[in-house]
Structures are given as C-alpha cells and as structure tokens.
Design a protein around this ligand. Structure first.
Ligand SMILES: [Zn+2]
Ligand SMILES: [Zn+2]
Length: 417
C-alpha cells in the first residue's frame, strides 16, 4: 500500500540548504587542493588519493540522500483491515491514516515513513529510505574535512615558519595575503564542519542503536511522564530488537526493504500498534490541556512584527522555526503552548472556509502574540455545556413527544376497542 514517491527530486537541490553545503564543500576542497604540498613523494600522492576518495564518497552519499528522499506514505493510505484504523492517527493533510512510525512533516507537506527529522541541508526529511545515505554522508564528510584541516594546518604552518626564519614574512604576507587568508578560513571551516558532523553522527548512531527516531524519542519521553502520573506500567518500546538487529534495520538493505517502511519487526510481547495507541492517548491528554482563545486584534503573521506588536513582543519571539499564523478578529484558536508574550495554537477552520480552502493564506498552526487574543476557555466550555444541555433537552422532548404520541395512539386504540 505504501510507495516511495520521488516528486521532483532534482528540484530539491534548488534550496539554500544543499546549495550552502555544496559551496562550503567547494571552498574547503579547492583551498586544500591549492595548498597541497608540491613535493611528489609516495606519501603525499597517497594522501591526495585518500582525500579525493573521501570527498567522492561524501558527495555521492549526500546526492543520494537528497535524490532518494525519505520515503513517503501514499496519500489516503489506510490499512487492509479497516478495523485497525481505530488504532491509528488520521492525517487531515494527506487524507489518510498514519502507518506505524510514520509522521506528517510540515515542510515536506507529506506523511513520511519512519520519519527521523526534517533536515534543511538536504532539503527533505531523513527517514526510512535515506537514513543510511545520510549517516554515511556525515561519516565521510567528517573524515574528509578532518583530513583537509590537518593538511591545511601543517602546510600553512610550514609555509609561514619558513619565511619567518628567513625574515621575509612581511613581504610574503603582502604578496600572498588572499591565499593565506583562504588557508586560515578553509581551516576554520573544516574544523567547524568536523565538530558539527561529529555531534550529528553521535546523535544519529545513538538513535539507530536503539532503533529510535528523533520523533519517537520525544514520544517516549512523554510516555514515561504520562504513565508515571497515571500510575500505569512503563511503556515498552516495541521496535528495539537489540543493537545488532537495530543496525541492520538501517544499514542492511535486505532487512530495510523487508519492512517497506510500514511492517516493522517487533520485540517479543509487543504489538504493532503499541506505539500508535500510546500516541493516541497522548493526543487525548493534550486535547484536555488545550485552551480556547479568541482573536481580538489582527496579527500579520510576520516573523518580526515590530510595527504592529512593538519592540518588546518582537524581542521575545520564540526561538523556533515553527510558523507564525495570520489572525483576524473573532478567529478561534486552540492553544497548546503558552509563553510569556507568545502563544502556539491551531486556528479553528469553520465549515464555510473548509469548503473554500484557498480563502485564507498561511499556515493554520503556529505562534502568535498573546496580546492579539483572549482566553475564552471558560465561556467556551459553558457554551458547549449549554448546547449539550439543549441538545439533551431536545432529545428528551423528542423522547417525551414520542412517548405522548405513542400514549395517545395507545389511548385512541383502546377507545376504538
Ligand atoms: Zn500527512
Ligand atoms: Zn520533511
């Protein structure tokens, strides 16, 4: 039922993320090549061969991570047995059910199979289909930049110290200022990349060894708190098969393809819907904590709303890349996160707007300033209660009416008799 669709793979390169990676790689590689020792010994040639090989492997895995993509769940996907839909979350955007371990990515605007995280550097998600390529890229990119940093450091030091002792340093610095600056800049870039890649690699490998995605890590954190407070048994993560088998789920193509991104191997005693049921329970808890707000002032949805909201609100913007929502007076918002000056929530779409989907621009979930809305949770629950009572009264009248009608009918029937 699932398929790994690759819409417009090449267009993924037309984005600041992949373009920046390719520019940075070119700067480090060309600078290192320009400064490569000119003595043709076996050692320098072997080093150069290794440098080229590491660069090729890093570039190949980067390109494959972008082109292959994360693996997408088909739109309108549903399980073969319809009864199983009760154990799954529904994705309104994709108009289908979320298969186990699938999550909707806001930036890709699709449900992604075994979604780990959305990576702007590859301009798509890291997921079931491309996680191995992504990890290989981190590894080879780290090694190639480590190699470049060591070479640039040694060669640059030898170059400058040679002229320092011959007392021609000032002259050489003046003549080769650009080249020396590039050497120092290239060295700084390479060291920065090594540290970033090392951190990302450690995060990725610790997740892979537990067979846990970044998204699942947060679900498990919430599960332990929820179950502790509800005095339930601790949650057992159903996909942890032991470190060796876990590695195979990502790096062994045969075992990776067997799952098709949907049918995952389980540890004994676990069910394939354990995690989805836990997610549903967490969602229900979240719904209980949700506050209802009503918009009283327009909000433009700008990232730095200095003119409309003032300096203080602008300075206190939430440090996340979540979207901002455009609001108009009387909009109703379901708020799930509260900060001092900002709120995060989802704008309620009424039936008429739902039918005319393109009426309001911008995302419906995101941040907006506190001063643009007021909390009407109490009033909303009273209205809800009132309408519930009215509907119940309506039901009662209908029942009474039915009863009186049947009574009269019965009475008439008795009189006739
Ligand atoms: Zn979706
Ligand atoms: Zn994504």
């Amino acid at each position: 039922m699932a398929a790994n669709e690759h819409p417009n793979e090449l267009r993924r390169f037309v984005h600041w993320g992949p373009i920046t990676v390719l520019i940075i790689t070119s700067i480090v590689t060309l600078t290192t090549w320009r400064w490569w020792p000119s003595d043709l010994t076996f050692s320098t040639s072997a080093h150069f061969g290794l440098f080229v090989l590491l660069n090729l492997l890093a570039t190949y895995n980067f390109v494959m991570a972008v082109l292959v993509g994360s693996g997408l769940l088909l739109r309108k996907w549903k399980p073969v047995d319809y009864r199983e839909t009760k154990l799954m979350q529904y994705c309104k955007k994709c108009e289908g059910y979320k298969a186990p371990r699938s999550h909707h990515c806001r930036r890709c605007d699709r449900c992604v199979l075994k979604m780990d995280h959305h990576c702007p550097w590859i301009n798509c998600c890291v997921g079931w289909a491309n996680q191995a390529y992504f990890v290989y890229f981190l590894f080879f990119y780290m090694l190639s930049n480590l190699h470049a940093a060591v070479v640039l450091c040694c060669v640059g030091f030898r170059f400058i110290s040679g002229f320092y002792y011959s007392r021609q340093l000032e002259e050489v610095l003046r003549l080769h200022f650009f080249s020396i600056s590039m050497c120092i800049f290239g060295f700084g870039l390479a060291v920065g990349i090594v540290l970033c890649m090392l951190k990302l690699l450690l995060i990725q490998m610790s997740g892979i060894l537990r067979n846990q995605t970044d998204v699942e890590y947060w679900i498990l954190q919430k599960a332990s708190t929820r179950r502790y407070l509800a005095k339930l048994k601790p949650f057992v993560f159903p996909y942890d098969l032991g470190w060796y088998a876990n590695l195979g789920q990502v790096f062994n193509i045969e075992s990776q393809m067997r799952s098709k991104g949907i049918h995952w191997a389980l540890r004994s005693g676990c069910d394939r819907y354990d995690l989805t049921c836990e997610q549903l329970a967490q969602k229900a808890d979240k719904r209980k904590r949700t506050r209802i707000y009503k918009c009283i002032r327009n909000f433009t949805g700008y990232w730095l709303p200095i003119w409309s909201q003032g300096l203080w609100v602008t300075i206190s913007i939430p440090c996340t890349d979540d979207p901002r929502i455009i609001l108009q007076p009387d909009d109703i918002i379901r708020v799930t996160r509260i900060r001092k000056h900002w709120l995060f929530g989802e704008r309620v779409i009424d039936g008429s707007e739902d039918r005319r989907k393109d009426q309001r621009k911008g995302p419906i979930r995101g941040w907006f300033p506190c001063r643009c809305a007021i909390d009407i949770t109490k009033e909303a629950s009273e209205i809800k209660m009132k309408s519930k009572i009215e509907s119940e009264q309506g039901d009662m009248k209908a029942i009474l009416g039915y009863n009186s009608w049947t009574g009269k009918q019965r009475l008439g029937k008795i009189n006739q008799d």
